[in-house]
Design a protein around this ligand. Sequence first.
Ligand SMILES: Cc1ncc(COP(=O)(O)O)c(C=O)c1O
Length: 385
Amino acid sequence: MFRKIVPRFNYLLDPFIYLNFKYLFYPNQKKGVASATDKIFFYNARSALKFLLESISVKRAVVAVQLYTCETVFHAISLAGYSIVFIDIDQNLKLNRNDLVAKKNSFDILIVTHTFGFPEDIDEIRKIVGNEVIIIEDCCHSYLTKVSNNYDSGCQGDAAFFSLGVAKFPPIGIGGYIKVNNFKKFLLYNEKYLQLKTHTNKLLNFTSLIIIHVKSILFLNLIYNYITSIFIMHFAKKVGFTNKGSFYQYLAPPWVVEIFKANTNLFADMRVKQTKNFKMLYDLINCKSIIPLNCDINNVNGYLFPIIVHGQEELAAELRKTGYHVGMHFQNCVSWGLRYGYVEGSCPVTEDITKMILTLPVHPRVLNIHLSNMAAIINLNEIYL
Ligand SMILES: Cc1ncc(COP(=O)(O)O)c(C=O)c1O
């Protein structure tokens, strides 16, 4: 049925994907020699990042990260026992190179975020910070983003972490995984890996699969239109829909790993569709300068479509009224940062962008008609741009 309301994200996969009971009988992720393990799956990306940071060294170190990110990243760094240096972004939502140069001697670890699926240039960043700095790629928005024609994001840093959460791509509902490219920089990796807990409890695995299955039904078009969207608009913040506070330091249930492995073709198809939507919206919006884009569109995974506008709240309200659930990503990152040592005014571009950003949905369930309607509303309101 035609989707009346377009959700911000492609929340969760289709329900039939979770309905495979063989997922319940897979063994837990094996705990063996770490170098033999390609990816390790956790309950979410923040726990995966915390694990990576704890694997580096027992000594206290300083982690640099862009202020323009999710609060859970700051939380993970702090729980791992590190302090934070905040780096600004530029108008293209990339790590601000001037700020990076100015602060390059003040940190040991750098988290580079491929924000909204736009690839960062890790080689260029490496040249600025030098070989001693440990670079961790935050690929929570950039699954299947190409950093160059040959490589996906996550291949060039010393390690990378990805998210499979409800509002991510791919939207499995639970999960995050890590990929380590340079084990020499993660000396405690094996030791920490062996300490990780797995779920031997089959009942818990079963319950988590059932819960995700029920949630995925709630995101079917018809139910979303008339029930779920109303709940999300009114109550999601109060009940913590995406559960940003939880740090569940367990390996992910085996079904998460199996769904991830069994559906790589589906995710590749989803990527094709959302990149197509991305390009179409790009062509439909009149004022190209509003799109912070300075890279080959074909490399972008189409996770979200950011625009910079004056009159953010008004345009968001207008789009939402018409059924388009746009986001204002990381709008609160300054206040989050303040809790972790950010000094107001030290990342001015980020502070400006949080007041102007809108993120538009281009996920696979967004139809051409929705893209045309969103573009028409934005073009009509060009006074804001
Ligand atoms: C850029 C970025 N990094 C990390 C995370 C944390 O992901 P997770 O919710 O899987 O812990 C998020 C979550 O929104 C994010 O947007």
